[in-house]
Design a protein around this ligand. Structure first.
Ligand code: GDP
Length: 311
């Protein structure tokens, strides 16, 4: 299937409603307003679509209106990317990520489990670029990995006894790796064991030369947890390239979870970690239930990977 790097403006239909995303420049200078909303099929407003190039949109549904307001200085602009002053930036839906000319070859054609390693030195040595998924246990890491590769059970490999504490490598399209790292923050794990996991993954973050970006998963259906903030700040302070993947964005606000929408939790989390980062890290809102963000993750990985391969 041909991969499009330019995104046409046309309505996307989903059952009886159509999903559209518009980019508007608000009256406030340097502020972009991105609106994702449900509209009736006959609505002829243009939208900004990133998904049409990868998949049909039948899996995508947004049940509520979402409004994201992103100041221009809070966008993630990939290296070697110039923003057209007339048209403005092309931003991946539900994210702060500007699309670059490196966003190509984003489809997953094949995915296979390669190996489990207990230390950085034992990881595959073929020099292929890789992305590491990490997050608090139960954040939705296995679900997201399965959704990215479109396999119901691939990530189960990492959950087999003996492998939950390992670095698990999955080779994609024979050309890059998705890496499943041990989940952190198990309430039941003894402290000593927890410290060991930290040492082990820290060593991987600091010494794995083929690591393009860590994908830190944060549950957007609940308020920020201290351990997640600590993890993000450690990555920031050690200048490990990081993308924040907000999970469970389909979940609606619940009183017991702090009564906030995922969009509000996403904003709060960014505010809380901002002091640890010189440049704003890229972030994407996702859901493994609706597949929201799947194609955006793949496009983001593709543009980081292709840039990395060239430099
Ligand atoms: P892991 O421990 O990080 O690998 O998390 P899992 O992928 O096993 O998911 C933990 C729980 O969260 C399971 O009950 C999943 O069904 C649920 N879950 C995972 N992703 C999502 C999501 O995007 N939306 C919702 N509503 N639930 C999710």
């Amino acid at each position: 299937m041909a991969f499009l790097t330019h995104f046409p403006f046309h309505p996307i239909h989903h059952h009886s409603s159509s999903l559209f995303t518009r980019l508007l420049f608000s009256s406030k200078p340097k502020t972009l307003l991105i609106i994702s909303a449900l509209s009736s099929p006959q609505t002829s407003l243009s939208h900004f679509s990133t998904t049409s190039s990868l998949e049909t949109l039948q899996d995508i549904s947004i049940t509520e209106q979402t409004h994201l307001q992103i100041a221009q200085e809070k966008l993630f602009i990939p290296p070697d990317t110039e923003i057209c002053s007339e048209k403005g930036p092309r931003i991946l839906k539900g994210s702060n990520i500007v699309l670059s000319k490196y966003a190509r070859d984003a489809q997953v054609v094949s995915a296979e489990f390669v190996k489990s390693s207990v230390e950085t030195e034992a990881c595959p040595a073929d020099g292929l670029p890789e992305f590491a998924l990490v997050g608090r246990s139960n954040v939705g890491k296995s679900s997201l990995l399965n959704s990215i590769v479109k396999r119901k059970k691939l990530a189960m490999t990492s959950k087999k006894p003996g492998k939950t504490q390992c670095i698990n490598h999955f080779r994609i399209n024979d050309s890059w790796y998705l890496v499943d790292l041990p989940g952190y923050g198990y309430a039941s794990a003894p402290n000593e064991l927890r410290k060991d996991w930290n040492k082990f993954t820290r060593d991987y973050f600091l010494n794995r030369s083929t690591l393009v970006s860590v994908f830190l998963l944060i549950d957007a259906s609940i308020p920020a947890k201290k351990i997640d903030l600590e993890y993000a700040s450690w990555l920031g302070q050690n200048q490990v390239p990081m993308t924040i993947i907000f999970t469970k964005c389909d979940k609606r606000k619940k009183k017991k979870n702090g009564g906030k929408h995922p969009e509000e939790n996403v904003q709060d989390f960014q505010d809380l970690i901002s002091e640890y980062f010189e440049a704003v890290p890229p972030w994407i809102m996702t859901s493994s239930v609706t597949n929201q963000g799947r194609d955006e993750i793949l496009l983001h990985m593709a543009q980081l990977r292709n840039y990395w391969l060239k430099h």
